[in-house]
Design a protein. Sequence first.
Lengths: 259, 157
Amino acid sequence: MMKRRDFLRYSAKGVAGLALPISAIEIVSPGEIFADRESGTRWVFLVDTYKCTGCGLCVKACKLENEVPYEANVTRTWVERYVMTKEGKVWADTPKGARDGFTTNKIDLGEGRFQDVKNEEIQKAFFVPKLCNQCEYPPCVQVCPVGATYQAADGVVLVDRQWCIGCGYCIMACPYGVRFFHPVYKVAEKCNFCYHRINKGLKPACVQACPFGARMIGNIKDPNDPVSKVIRTGRVGVIKDEYGTMPQVYYLGLSREVV
Amino acid sequence: MKSHVLRPLYVAILVLAVALIVRQRLVPEGFGAHERGYMYGWHNMNDEQFWKKFPVKYKSSDYCKECHDDKHSSIMRTPHGVIQCENCHGPALDHPNEPPRLPIDRGRAQCLRCHYPLPYPTSGRQNIKSVDPEEHNPGAECSTCHDPHNPNLEGMK
């Protein structure tokens, strides 16, 4: 029979012993990490939804640039169409990720069903390009059990194709649904701001392909960067802020209906 | 202590040693928990090189201009000057070496990406002139009558 005094003593020791390894992990605080990362590059993206026309040339360029099979219904970036009627209905679609643009006013509901919305019924309608948010706290990186997906020092989240086991945890963890399985390599695939291009001083394929300047990339740590200036001084929004992932794709002209 | 008691211990140590050696061999150099710790930093540092070396396919209109200056300067005087050459001609890759000729997307669908009538307020689309493809010469290639490099109606073929 254990005395109460002993029970309390052992409990205290046990808790202290368990807390020790946890405190060892917590020694490096996020603040210190950000202090180290003050200089250099942190890639961010800016989307001006007012300028987007839904042509889908960005999606076409992305798929060809990044060798994502053209006919497979997966894509690193896509464009969503939102149509709100005067009756208060919200319709949204992105047929084939808008690879071929939007060449009908019918909303694609999937499974071969379409919703006809007359132009005179429309209250509000616009296009929203989507891509990886390169979150400051990426949930996809947290959940990867093998360390195959990671964040580079410049903020871009990459997938190690040699190391990915294809478990799909990251695909489920991403609140934005930007991840998918690459149909050829059978590993997780995602937008990486065209890492090969931005590291050569080029713009991402989607940014270059956009005829209207709706997509922009910049370095938030560069005070003279025009995109950085808009994000720091302008009114910009992010998608699903409440998830605490600190997404780094900023939007001009975001609406409540956009998810 | 008797040896039959220690023997399983030796086996356990041997198994552990083999496991550690195998791990040492299999785990690539550069793999580990880096500055952001296990939660965000556990990865192979060298994999960034794979993505940095990924081949560039879209070379931009400035690349095209180096040889096709005439085409480039003529389209730049028109509203279609905002469209990159490669959006219709396909990625340049290593053209003119490989491929020696680039395929041109002349289909109606290519033009309708922008010119299908979707007068959506607060989207850039409402400012673009459009035609109803079911009424405007259905089936015909747009470039039969219109010059994509000079889309103004005065530039009609």
